[in-house]
Design a protein around this ligand. Structure first.
Ligand code: CO
Length: 227
């Protein structure tokens, strides 16, 4: 094995030993069950690791990541993880976490041809086209940042509209969906305040969050932001 890969195993043995020393029985406890309170839906980007950013340990956050943190209603992979998290693990919070400087979002914004992923990023181009009224008036940097935020807000809407969340709320289950965004440049998370706690809250929360993306950059909400 190459030295680089050997290093990973060496790090792993050291980490496991430290965990065991600091918290005796840690792995024995986790091997029998996981009881995370959180589900993280994030970008695959190597710079946005869910556990490290939030200071959570193994067992504390259930994670689904894909290119540009997209939740599509026909994606069985995403839907299955959401179902497992909500129905089996009974997480209290599902957070969709985007990040500024997302290359998937940037490619979608520019209509750049990458290859197979173009079909995946088409979902973000739908977001771009839906909110052209907000995006068209912004400079390049602002437009990219705004689309990263709008993408998170749209994905929160998508998660909230899945049968999994709809059924959970009908059952009276206590689970909240959030939209956050991470800054690669400062390591900080920001709440986009598109929190959805139940069926009734979806539209109002969505409209407020979209309006805020616009007003935070132009000073006033654009018509399509509040429609
Ligand atoms: Co990304």
């Amino acid at each position: 094995m190459s030295k680089q890969l050997n290093d990973l195993f060496a790090h792993n043995r050291r980490w496991a030993a430290e965990m065991q020393t600091n918290q005796p029985g840690f792995f024995t406890r986790l091997s029998t069950q996981q009881t995370p309170k959180y589900m993280w839906i994030g970008c695959s980007d190597s710079r946005v690791p869910a556990n490290q950013i939030t200071g959570l340990e193994p067992g504390e956050v259930f994670v689904h990541r894909n290119v540009a943190n997209v939740v599509v209603h026909s994606d069985l992979n995403a839907l299955s993880t959401v179902q497992f998290a909500v129905e089996r693990l009974k997480v209290s919070h599902v957070m969709v976490v985007g990040h500024y400087g997302c290359s998937g979002v940037q490619a979608a914004l520019e209509g750049a041809r990458i290859g197979l992923a173009d079909n995946w990023l088409r979902h973000i181009q739908d977001v771009r086209d839906r909110h052209s009224g907000i995006l068209d008036g912004l400079d390049a940097q602002q437009r990219a940042d705004a689309l990263c935020e709008l993408n998170v807000i749209e994905q929160v809407l998508n998660v909230s509209q899945t049968t999994v969340l709809q059924d959970a709320w009908l059952r009276g289950q206590d689970v909240t969906v959030h939209g956050w965004i991470y800054g690669l440049h400062d390591g900080l998370l920001k709440d986009l305040k598109v929190t959805v706690e139940g069926n009734l809250a979806i539209e109002a929360s969505y409209a407020r969050a979209i309006a805020s993306v616009s007003s935070s950059r132009t000073g006033s909400p654009t018509p399509d932001a509040i429609s």
